[in-house]
Ligand binder design. Structure first.
Ligand code: VGL
Ligand code: ZN
Length: 212
């Protein structure tokens, strides 16, 4: 049943990190990551406004476990802005793994927001880097274009989709997360925690079949 009607003037579809490194075979593969592209492609025709984010790290990024002598991927480190999960090297600028997956409908996007390009700060969110202060400029761009509601789909549900959805709410946008067009990393229960957090900030969770 279609219970969410897209308003082409004020709604935006935000495709989050649909990149090879987050898909099976990639450096930070999300289980089932490549299963999101079919629902994503079905969503796109409903929208006039589409944006895409691209995780885009320099070599030696502070979120890479390899940048520390004594750390393994998925351990954490305390950085100036708080606790940072450490990842395998992924989405390094200009590499094939950082490229958009060929099945991702990114040609529909009017803007590409790259993030995570400051060596010392990670950026899960499309709106603010992980210090929760440094803006990417996306909120201003959306406001100038009259966007009031943001639909999110992409990878990973419990990191970049979650943080982007939370920040979108903080910036005053209505938020719809399209769950079947997302997949989670699920580190220590982070997928279930993400759903709780999304509900707590007033984000709507739905599936692509309910959007028309
Ligand atoms: C992401 C971990 C590190 C994501 C990006 O896209 O969710 N997760 N970098
Ligand atoms: Zn990253």
């Amino acid at each position: 049943m279609t219970d969410i009607i897209v308003d082409r003037r004020r709604d935006l579809l935000l495709l989050v990190d649909p990149q090879y490194d987050f898909c099976p075979g990639g450096e930070l593969a999300v289980p089932g990551g490549d299963e999101i592209f079919e629902p994503m492609r079905r969503l796109v025709p409903h929208f006039t406004n589409v944006a895409v984010t691209q995780d885009w790290h320099p070599p030696g990024h502070s979120s890479f476990a390899s940048s520390y002598p004594d750390k393994q991927p998925f351990e954490t480190v305390e950085l100036g802005y708080g606790t940072q999960v450490l990842w395998p090297d992924h989405c390094v600028q200009g590499t094939g793994g950082a490229a958009f997956h060929s099945a991702a409908p990114v040609d529909a996007a009017q803007v590409v927001v790259r993030k995570g390009y400051h060596r010392e700060i990670d950026s899960y969110s499309a709106f603010f880097e992980n210090d929760h202060r440094t803006a990417t400029g996306l909120a201003g761009y959306l406001r100038e274009r009259g966007i009031e509601r943001v639909f999110l789909a992409g990878l990973a549900y419990d990191f970049c989709v979650l943080w982007s959805a939370q920040d979108a709410r903080k910036c005053g946008f209505e938020v719809v997360v399209v769950a079947d067009a997302c997949r989670a990393i699920d580190l220590n229960g982070s997928a279930a925690a993400a759903t709780e957090s999304l509900r707590a900030v007033g984000a709507l969770l739905t599936d692509s079949q309910n959007i028309g």
